[in-house]
Design a protein around this ligand. Structure first.
Ligand SMILES: [Zn+2]
Length: 509
């Protein structure tokens, strides 16, 4: 995510001078075979290990991963969005494998809409066909599902449930990323999703409102969406099936490996596309904001070129950029990003600058999250700097690669500007989102954070640092990075001790 931040006027002047780039709740036993005329795959008729639907969404060099990640959770989800877009009903079946080193006696699901002004009800929870009684915790944002018997390491369990979601029409929590606002339906974390289990156990804390709320493992999603036919539905992954029936459409998406499944929809979107290698960029905005959609597509193309070259190639055959309502500037999801509606208004000033300037830096930032957040995950609640500060640094590299080093320098001055909002206080960048007060979160994680990454690069030597970051990305693909693995790998590359530097900037005394 990136929230509003001040840009110094000088940044605008310089950047402008170099020019802008340019079912009703499904029956609990939906085992009826699909009609022969349908080309929309039925999620519940697909074997858990059948990954054939996912190959279309991965570029050829990345398809090998489909024969790996055996322990990744597989979600089969079927949702029906109401005609007024104010509610949906769904059914979900999933297979979860215990990838830990200890038996599990319970599973948890996060129910994030309950924190975002929405309301979720869950019914008919079954584990391996056996009905169980779940309970809500963490302000109704965590559903504890007891397992009939302990799940040993390496063993799998199947869970099925029905759920219904009511959408808010007023932004309430988490930057307005969930609900139906301004003619756009934005479905951030709308389904019950299993959080990461790690050395802290299940990650089910109530997230701070400061930052991103999820911490999820890479999984496989097959999602069937029934919705009014006039909507343009933009979702994570690739559309692998569609059928139209009068006023209704049913679209099937396959996304994976992916850290979550996101969907946005509107009847007002127009689409602009571009091709980079095997990846198609699709950029969506309201029809009268087509220029903004074109600009966003162009920035995405240059960002993909830059990061493909630097870190390793973007894995998917599709990348979607969608103009959506939110109080942040942008938000990352697997294979796509939401960018604030107001940045598409060509006449608007945002933070005192022409909207195009902020649109460019926001899109480049969100594109970088595909590498640091989606492919390499991290605990976004406890270690937000690991994706945000690194992504801010990468955004600077975008400016260097697309323009030149002086453009990068000018962009970098926005970091100092941010940090200046707390008088350059030496607050550690490595704190959980909730440990920062007021403007500290943005100032430290997005300002002091990238300055640390740049300082680290200087200390290690730029070439060594580049090799390290590439190695960090490639060695953690579809896994999770952490403070200690990040530091250790950097030290391996520089053959130096970075302990003091990490204490000074990341951990504090
Ligand atoms: Zn971000």
């Amino acid at each position: 995510m990136i929230s509003p931040r001040p840009f110094r006027r000088t940044i605008f002047l310089v950047i402008a001078s170099i020019g802008l780039l340019l079912a009703a709740c499904q029956s609990p036993t939906p085992t009826i075979a699909p009609a022969p005329t349908s080309d929309s795959p039925q999620p519940f008729d697909v074997a858990w290990d059948d990954r054939s639907l996912f190959s279309e969404g991965l570029i050829s060099s990345e398809q090998g991963v489909l024969a790996e990640l055996h322990e990744a959770t597989v979600y089969h989800i079927d949702i029906n969005i109401a005609d007024d877009l104010l509610s949906l009903e769904g059914r979900q079946e999933l297979r979860y494998t215990n990838a830990e080193e200890e038996p599990l006696v319970e599973l948890y699901f996060r129910i994030f809409p309950n924190l975002m002004g929405g309301a979720v009800t869950v019914a008919g929870v079954r584990v391996d066909g056996q009905e169980v009684t779940p309970s809500l915790e963490s302000a109704d944002s965590a559903l504890r599902v007891p397992l009939p018997s302990a799940l040993e390491p390496g063993e799998s369990v199947e869970v099925s449930l029905d759920f219904a979601v009511a959408m808010p029409q007023e932004m309430a929590g988490n930057y307005g990323l969930f609900g139906y606002f301004e003619d756009v339906l934005v479905l951030d974390e709308f389904y019950p999703v299993i959080p990461v289990y790690d050395d802290e156990g299940w990650n089910v804390e109530i997230p701070s409102r400061n930052g991103d709320v999820t911490y999820l493992d890479a999984s496989f999603y097959q999602v069937r969406v029934t919705a009014p036919a006039n909507l343009t539905v933009v979702a994570s992954g690739t559309e692998v099936g569609s059928e139209y029936n009068g006023e209704q459409q049913t679209l099937t998406f396959a996304a994976g490996p992916a850290r979550t499944f996101y969907l946005a929809a509107s009847d007002g979107f127009t689409e602009v596309s571009e091709q980079i290698g095997e990846t198609t960029i699709k950029s969506y905005a309201f029809s009268d904001r087509r220029e903004g959609a074109e600009l966003a597509a162009g920035v995405t193309a240059n960002a993909l070129r830059s990061f493909n070259q630097r870190f390793g190639v973007y894995p998917y055959t599709e990348f979607d950029v969608v103009s959506t309502p939110m109080t942040a500037l942008g938000i990352e999801y697997p294979g796509m990003t939401g960018i604030a509606l107001k940045l598409y208004d060509a006449e608007a000033e945002v933070l005192g600058l022409p909207s195009q300037v902020i649109l460019e830096s926001t899109v480049a930032h969100e594109v970088a999250h595909q590498w640091f957040y989606n492919v390499v995950g991290n605990d976004q609640v406890d270690d937000p700097w690991l994706d945000e500060a690194v992504v801010q640094y990468a955004t600077g590299l975008y400016y260097r690669d697309t323009y030149d080093e002086s453009a990068e320098r000018r962009y970098r001055s926005s970091w100092d500007e941010r940090w200046g909002r707390v008088d350059h206080a030496g607050i550690p960048i490595g704190l959980p989102t909730g440990a920062y007060e007021g403007s500290e979160y943005g100032a430290i994680v997005y300002g002091r954070g990238p300055i640390f990454v740049a300082t680290l690069a200087e200390e290690m030597g730029e070439e060594t640092f580049d090799a390290f970051l590439r190695d960090y990305y490639q060695s953690h693909q579809w896994g999770i990075g952490a403070n200690d693995t990040f530091q250790r790998l950097a030290e391996e590359h520089c053959q130096c001790n970075l302990g003091e530097l990490f204490v000074d900037w990341v951990y504090g005394e």
